[in-house]
Design a protein around this ligand. Sequence first.
Ligand code: ADP
Length: 258
Amino acid sequence: APRAFVPPPLPPSLASCARVFAVASGKGGVGKSTTCVNIAVALARLGHRVALLDADVYGPSVPTLMRLSGQPVVDADGRMLPMENHGVRCQSMGFLMKPGAAATWRGPMVSGALTKMIQDTRWGDVDVLMVDMPPGTGDAQISISQKLPLTGAVVVSTPQELALADARRGIDMYGKVNTEVVGVVENMAYYCEKDGTRSYVFGRGGARATAAERGVEFLAEVPLDATIRESSDEGAPIVVRDPDGEVAAIYTNIARRI
Ligand code: ADP
């Protein structure tokens, strides 16, 4: 029989961290980073000490989404201080290299970069780490599972069947590395018309059905909303920009449930 996957211990740099969540998607562009950042900020607003690791080494989004730039300060022991905004301590390849420089990296280089960001960052005392994963189900995903003891994965999908097919592959991959999928988030689920009615532009109910079919929780429908995109571009996640709004309530509810 194949050997069961054994999760690694917490690295010393994250010794206090009780929970580690990967935010994953089968496809790029479905809103995985947006979801990850908003859950992280929502957790911070709920009083947790939150770290955010941008593991999407080929397309790091965290610097833009969290409006952070420059390079981390290095302490006397050679450890990087995480950059902080909106109450979340962040680390990203975007801080460590020139834009586009990782585009041709092979697996071992990606793995090395992830190890460095996890182990050589002075995270301090944190309660929860959110990991913005690269899209897909390849080496980088397995590599993260070997470096961090994942409490669970949040799988983000849009309603289209092609995105859902990839989301299923993602859910199945986490099963192979003994990681619980704590839930599915359907992003861009509907559009609110001026009169308040919801248009299910990309189809309705697919992500909920996929979650049910795989026996995992369905966490939320997040609307397709121009203010979500604008706030991402501005580096002020919607949970920060409009903390009392409906969308912030959706992300806060996810943060409470995971
Ligand atoms: P991924 O991490 O899956 O590649 P991103 O989070 O970078 O996706 O989102 C891709 C684009 O879609 C970004 O421009 C983002 O602002 C936008 N976006 C994400 N979610 C929504 C949404 N619910 N409504 C409107 N725009 C969104």
